[in-house]
Ligand binder design. Structure first.
Ligand code: ZN
Length: 301
């Protein structure tokens, strides 16, 4: 009996440990037309404060420097978070990243990461939509929400723009995706950019949230796809265009927004595991009220 109890206890311990084992995550950064010095620290803080992730950085050489040594090993990781928009990676890193994704690795595409590498075909398929860096009708169609569905529009023009930063309402478009399950149909995002006129291969799998890009704030007049998953073989890819980094972690409303943080955490967990085990928090924004987590963690945590 005593032996049985010991065996049972051991099983319970192993179970408890594996349930708490953090998701090994590689965050790639080091060059960006954005404030990556703030964003990469904040992304790690959000992910690790949740207790679900352990984040390592891959920080590239600075822009214009020799990139040949930036050869990354993805094999220890379940999840890659992309916070990079800069010089080309070495071919070997590109090849390994494609292999990681094709083998079912999880990916989070964060904000301006979808500006990167306009000529790298697989990377653009991993993002589904991108902008700037010379993108145009050759990059793929514009994709936006119209008449209750995503439409692809092959008309000519630049890919990627945004009006001035402002608060706006996100509109949920999926019915029952694990990432959005229990989240509101509408919620108010803190002050952020609203990417519009994005274009690319357009291989969106599940559109999760769109927002209206109002011409009065310099927008497109379209309902823009901002949060979605990507259809790319066995991979699970979560793409959020939200979260333009501010000048400091303290002055950073788009990333302090509870909605941004909760979607990042849920999207990251889903990308890594295919499941979302997180409860919907009480401080999630409503349609009319924004909610900030200035410390980048759930209040009371
Ligand atoms: Zn931005």
């Amino acid at each position: 009996m005593k032996q049985l109890l010991i065996i049972l206890f051991s099983f319970l311990c192993i179970g408890a440990v594996s349930a708490r084992k953090p998701i090994k995550t590689l965050l790639i950064t080091g060059q960006n037309n954005h404030n990556w010095e703030v964003s990469h620290v904040v992304l790690k803080q959000i992910l690790e404060e949740s207790g679900r992730f352990a984040v390592d950085y891959a920080i590239s050489p600075e822009k214009g420097a020799d990139m040949s040594g930036f050869v990354l090993d993805f094999t220890p990781y379940q999840l890659v978070v992309l916070d990079y928009n800069g010089d080309a990676w070495p071919e070997e890193t590109n090849r390994r990243f494609e292999e990681f994704v094709q083998n079912g690795g999880g990916v989070v595409v964060y904000h301006a990461a979808d500006n990167a590498f306009p000529k790298w075909k697989a990377y653009n398929e991993i993002c589904a939509l991108g902008g700037w860096e010379g993108r145009n009708e050759d990059s793929g169609p514009y994709v936006y929400w119209q008449n209750d569905r995503l439409v692809k529009d092959s008309s000519a023009g630049q890919g990627g723009s945004h009006g001035k930063q402002h608060e706006y309402v996100l509109n949920r478009r999926d019915k029952d995706h694990p990432i959005t399950k229990g989240l509101p149909l509408k919620w108010r995002h803190a002050k952020d950019e609203l990417y519009d006129r994005m274009r690319g291969p357009g291989n969106i799998k599940d559109i999760l949230y769109t927002a209206y890009s109002d011409p009065s704030t310099g927008g497109s007049g379209r309902e823009e796809p901002l949060v979605f998953t990507v259809d790319y073989g066995k991979a699970r890819i979560f793409h959020t265009m939200l979260g333009h980094a501010g000048p400091t972690p303290e002055e950073n409303p788009a990333m302090q927004c509870t909605g941004f943080q909760v979607l990042l955490l849920r999207g990251a967990e889903w990308a890594a595991t295919g499941k979302v085990t997180q409860k919907v928090p009480k401080d999630f924004p409503t349609e009319t009220t924004t909610s900030l987590r200035s410390e980048y963690k759930e209040k009371g945590n």
